[in-house]
Design a binder for this molecule. Sequence first.
Ligand code: AMP
Ligand code: GLY
Length: 437
Amino acid sequence: MNILLLGSGGREHAMACRIAASERCSKLYVAPGNAGTGEVPKCENVACDPMNFAEVGQFVTSHNVAMVVVGPEAPLVAGIADYFAKETNLKNVMVIGPGASGAQLEGSKDFAKQFMQRHNIPTAAYRTFAASEVEDGVAFLRTLKSPYVLKADGLAAGKGVLIIDNLDEAERELRGMLVDGKFGEASAKVVVEEFLSGVELSVFVLTDGRHYKILPTAKDYKRIDDGDTGPNTGGMGSISPVHFADKPFMQKVEERIVAPTVKGLHDEGIDYKGFIFVGLMAVRNGNTGELEPYVIEYNARMGDPETESVFPRITSDVVDLFEHTWQGNLHQTTVDVDPRTAACVMMVSGGYPGHYEKGKTITGVDQVEGSMVFHAGTRRGADGSLQTAGGRVLCITSLADNMPVAVLKSYQEVEKINWEGCFFRHDIGQDLLKMMI
Ligand code: AMP
Ligand code: GLY
């Protein structure tokens, strides 16, 4: 079948590799894609805007596309799956991604918190405030202990969460978000919540709306600098699996979080076919010493750069998995996973996540051996050279029998690649290593 994948990041390159590897896939279009996706066998980049649903629909019809896999959240929150479901000539196209009602799990933090409360899913205590309630919000902040967690309700390009030590500053920021529109419409409502102290991890679920498969776990590295310092980024690397997410821990995750989430969606009449990305905090219970999972956030898509370490470990035919997802019989299939560890190191433009320059010539990618190079912000120059075209540029993933070897291998390959201003973190996986010894 012909398949269309929407998106242009490292996540989509990693997905494209697994989709194109399926015998079921005759042709994979990526809209708009990047220099990496354009070079995957069977793949072709197409200049189609994932937010222009009519344009996507026309492409699907004219190119006989049977399946659309949605990479990023924006088209999901804007209702691409609903658009396909209501158009007569598109309604049989298998769209992998929830409709707008399900995507609210990511699109509205207040919706997600209320959903968790309704279904008794463990998460931080919270209250939500609108602009008219700003003084109540300030009063609530004063009842909490530092650090203070403020979350813009809507999508804010990953920047809408503030964690602040000082109460005066937290009050100022809350006013800034609610009254001065710091994040525009996204902060018309703000969730104020209890700070959870622990270790984060990402759990990925594929669901057909009733049944689900838990995919490999991963850990993301969000801050720009070593030792988890500096501003937040889209993600500077990832490791899969996460060693402390062992069987007993994952049993708690499944019983307390994954199963009630899928059942909750179903019970609320939300037909959810796609990925659920559960951002978790593993909090140590002071009495028992055990790790307990709490939900920090939901996303309606796969993570980036988690996909770059998770997808290479999925050995099952992903097109087959997606088809079962669409048909509602995911329970009739299995997800096979490579037991090795994947370590991914993201290489970014100098200055990212602040201002950075584009159009730098990248060298050394052809020297990489035995590791995978996933492109994020790249393009081909007029002379055919590989150039930077974004903040996150390339992601190097290695598989090995254990984490230290996987990490070492990725760093060896990273050393071969260069461009003016290129930057990466040097400590991906080090925190996990410390926990292991
Ligand atoms: P997000 O932009 O939603 O991914 O959130 C950014 C980061 O804020 C998360 O990855 C966590 O590290 C942190 N965070 C969010 N909520 C909490 C919380 N309740 N307690 C502690 N850290 C949090
Ligand atoms: N890596 C975090 C995210 O994709 O949101």
